[in-house]
Design a protein around this ligand. Structure first.
Ligand code: NAD
Length: 376
């Protein structure tokens, strides 16, 4: 009889981690450890038949001693914990995003020490070279486009570093690390307000708020022409497991290749709501790169599979879930607040105040590595 796997999922109180735990349960996996620094009552999905490690004292994956406890006897480790959010969050909390290097390092080390067979790391499309994303009519990003390195400042640099750490742990210590670069994941049971939410959830919420309040207008970050692809959560959960149990050694794209503008995303949400809204473009808001899409040639080649949920279907399910959450605490005042998005600098950096207005404008911090780097 083959050995029952013992699966560890960090970031299990968050969006993707919560869905991953739910899926393992559906498959009948009995030994699951779910880890998250958030208190249990803030997790999106909680299962009482799972070994839950929650809160700063028991669920902090920055703490190496705790990581050793999470990983003891583990066969498969899914490292999803990260201090992150949408563009408004990552552009304004770079130090905090880079501190995820502690969770990635300590979980990798503890997994290797415990003799885990497989280690999955959730990287991001934010590792891609910014100079290859200046045009909204973007050519889809292939895996090689991460180099020469000029990733999203803060968040992207940390992901790129941790990708390489996974590679070197595999090469030097033999732990089977696998890395996927997620492209914008969305779906129910994720962040939909508060400043860390991403575009699909923010747009659904704003449309719902506009409909509820009777103020039929919507604020859009940027001019709405920026392009993206969005992957539905079910595809993400399936892809994570396929990649973890594959022989794909290099970091690989896990994303949808259905490209839309932010304006088209708003069209879809409006169609679902059965409403048309006046659009107000907030041109000074964080908007990220001009265009980004996932080139799925490699994943199709390796797995004969790629994310395929239609954006319209995934947004319909997401819209319905957010509408339910919105209605739970509905007041006209709340609807007004939820009609816009906010972001703050240096959200609870640990330790101390990680954001300095002055250093933000110093040229040395803006310099990346030029695109000619490494050429003879
Ligand atoms: P999420 O914020 O919903 O979940 C991340 C969870 O990690 C949170 O619940 C948070 O409390 C937890 N966490 C943070 N610091 C921790 C710590 N020190 N110890 C334990 N838990 C900690 O985000 P998500 O969308 O579920 O993302 C999961 C992973 O996928 C992250 O690594 C993220 O960078 C990556 N990713 C997500 C997307 C996306 O579109 N959602 C895109 C690219 C990459």
């Amino acid at each position: 009889m083959s050995k029952q796997p013992t699966i560890v999922v960090t970031g299990a109180g968050g969006f993707i981690g919560g869905h991953l735990v739910a899926d393992f349960r559906r498959q009948g996996v009995r030994n699951i450890r779910a880890v998250d620094i958030k208190p249990l009552d803030e997790w999106y999905q909680v299962f009482s038949d799972v070994e839950n490690h929650a809160g700063p004292a028991d669920g902090d994956a920055r703490d190496f001693r705790l990581c050793r406890r999470f990983c003891k006897g583990a066969t498969d480790v899914y490292q999803l914990a990260a201090d992150m959010g949408g563009m408004g969050f990552i552009e304004n909390n770079k130090a905090l995003c880079m501190l995820s290097v502690l969770t990635n390092t300590h979980m990798l080390l503890a997994s290797q020490e415990a003799g885990a067979e497989r280690f999955f790391f959730s990287s991001s499309a934010c590792v891609y070279n910014a100079e290859k994303q200046l045009d909204p009519n973007v050519t889809a990003l292939a895996e090689a486009d991460a180099y020469p390195a000029l990733p999203e400042d803060g968040y992207g640099w940390e992901k790129l570093f941790s990708e390489r750490m996974c590679r070197h742990f595999r090469e030097d210590f033999g732990i089977q690390t696998r890395v996927a670069r997620f492209h914008n994941v969305y779906g129910p049971h994720g962040t939909w307000c508060g400043g860390r939410e991403k575009a699909p959830a923010a747009i659904c919420r704003k449309v719902i708020a506009a409909k509820a309040s009777g103020d039929h207008s919507i604020e859009i970050w940027g001019d709405g022409t920026q392009t993206r692809s969005f992957m539905y959560i079910d595809d993400c959960v399936q892809g994570i497991q396929k990649i973890t149990h594959s022989e794909i050694l290099e970091p690989i794209n896990l994303g949808s290749s259905e490209l839309v503008t932010i304006n088209q995303l708003v069209d879809i949400a409006e169609d679902i709501a059965g409403i048309r809204l006046e659009r107000r473009y907030k041109l000074d808001a964080p908007r990220g790169v001009a265009g980004r899409n996932s080139d799925n040639t490699k994943i199709r080649g390796y797995l004969g599979w790629e994310p395929s949920t239609r954006l319209r279907d995934g947004i319909a399910a997401t819209y319905r879930w957010i509408e339910g959450e919105f209605r739970k605490d509905y007041t006209p005042e709340a609807a007004k607040q939820l009609a816009t998005s906010g972001f703050s600098h240096g959200s609870k950096p640990i330790p101390g105040d990680g954001y300095m207005k002055e250093s933000r404008h110093m040229d040395t911090w803006k310099q990346g590595i030029s695109s000619g780097y490494g050429e003879a």
